[in-house]
Write a protein that binds this ligand. Structure first.
Ligand code: PMT
Length: 402
């Protein structure tokens, strides 16, 4: 049974070219078992007609705040009470600004003010508008107020620009919506997740590192928080925003990640090592910037870093411990060897020789390896994959025979 069965979704549509996708979204939400009522802003009606959404949803579309006839039927307070979730897709920059200010100058903003249901936004706008400081400041405030943000995606835009601001596809929005109702699978549990690269200093300006963006680990942290877990994200240097309801601890080197992990792992239920940790670090960090000398080559002596995930798995009171395996060949054999040698409960193996997945990509494809079996999850967005991995881990933690 889909987790949207019998859920009542109030779909708010605001003014943007992505409004045409809202028609498909209505259908997809209904296919997943939800009842849908649609509210449109005046600007949205410039892009798509209420009639289209009425025909698809099977319900009258609500457009007016100050319409006595509409208010006599299902008025803004009734709509606010009816909703299990208010999903606004697309959410324009203007709508986000009005929501941030707490305005109630149309039906949709009034519903958002009145509702006790969670609110989720699927932003959609030109990349410049998305990157604008005002929009980003509004976004931060909305996240602080526990409003869920789905997307936006990066890519080609209707205006010809390329960048962040595309609305997620309807099926991705249905998945994200369903995951909100799936919360609770990790309620009461604490998860610690490492993410991103480490930097191993050579001198004050140079370091050894790798191409990890942190996207996989951050997506896991977001999914874990959505599943109700207290989530601690131990992050190497990245450009990513902290997901809502996630406690982030910033570190730079493998040693710092080790220290933070060991301090947090003692009292957690699940530890997931998604970080790309440097196996070695320079034996000595030069106190001053190294100068180019006459030598044609120089030698850097490296010493081993502590293995974080193996140390967590070796704790006397160990959490359920999950490692990643980043491999460019023999994925299954090398992945299984890591499961055994590091004494892990689960290994998530990914092929990092394929640039469409693995390091710094938006997608990933993995094989989940446990003591008895291998389970493949084909290429999909890191967000989707993370939700599936977290659901799988939740099942193992709460029903250990699975
Ligand atoms: O960050 P992204 O750009 O989204 O890319 C995601 C990813 C490719 C980095 C991620 O999916 C991934 O594979 N992370 C693990 C990378 C890695 O270092 O793999 P490994 O096979 O070298 O290490 C095996 C496991 O041991 C990993 O869980 C790693 O976190 C852990 N490890 C390694 C060394 C060390 N000193 N301490 C560790 O805990």
């Amino acid at each position: 049974m889909s987790s949207l069965t019998n859920k009542q979704i109030l779909l708010g549509v605001t003014g943007g070219i992505a409004a045409y996708k809202s028609a498909d979204l209505v259908r997809r939400l209904q296919d997943a078992g939800a009842s849908v009522q649609v509210v449109m802003t005046p600007a949205a009606q410039e892009f798509i007609t209420p009639l289209t959404l009425q025909a698809l949803s099977g319900n009258p579309v609500h457009t007016q705040l100050l319409d006595p006839e509409a208010e006599a039927g299902m008025g803004h307070i009734q709509l606010a009470r009816w909703a299990d979730l208010v999903l606004i897709a697309p959410a324009s920059a203007d709508f986000m600004a009005r929501l941030t200010q707490g305005m109630g100058n149309d039906l949709l903003t009034s519903i958002c003010l009145a509702t006790a249901a969670p609110i989720a936004l699927a932003p959609a706008m030109n990349q410049g508008m998305w990157r604008n400081q005002a929009t980003q400041a509004n976004l931060d405030l909305l996240i602080e107020r526990k409003i869920h943000i789905f997307g936006p995606a990066d890519g080609g835009q209707a205006c010809g620009d390329i960048g962040p601001g595309r609305m997620l596809e309807p099926l991705q929005l249905v998945d994200a919506t369903a995951s909100l109702f799936a919360t609770g699978s990790l309620a009461g549990k604490t998860l610690v997740i490492t993410a991103g690269p480490t930097r191993e200093a050579i001198d004050p300006v140079r370091y050894l590192s790798n191409h990890s963006s942190g996207k996989m680990g951050y997506a896991l942290a977001e999914a874990a928080a959505e599943a109700g877990a207290k989530t601690i994200l131990i992050s190497g240097p990245t450009q990513l925003k902290t997901p809502p309801r996630v406690q982030r601890i910033d570190v730079t080197s493998a040693q710092q990640m080790f220290d933070a992990s060991m301090a947090a792992a003692d009292s957690c239920d699940v530890f997931i090592a998604a970080a790309a940790v440097a196996d070695y670090r320079p034996a000595q960090v030069a106190p001053q910037k190294l100068k180019k000398g006459a030598d044609e080559s120089i030698t850097l002596t490296l010493v081993k870093n502590p293995d974080i995930v193996a140390s967590v798995a070796a704790l006397p009171k160990r959490p359920f411990t999950v490692g990643f395996a980043a491999e460019s060949e023999n994925l299954l054999d090398y992945g299984r060897a890591k499961l055994v040698h590091k004494k892990l409960d689960l290994v998530i193996a990914n092929n990092i020789s394929d640039s469409r997945i693995g390091f710094n990509s938006d997608d990933n494809a993995v094989t989940v390896i446990d003591e008895h079996s291998n389970h493949e999850l084909s290429q999909r967005s890191k967000q989707q994959l993370a939700r599936e991995l977290i659901a799988l881990i939740a099942r193992k933690v709460t029903a250990p025979t699975q």
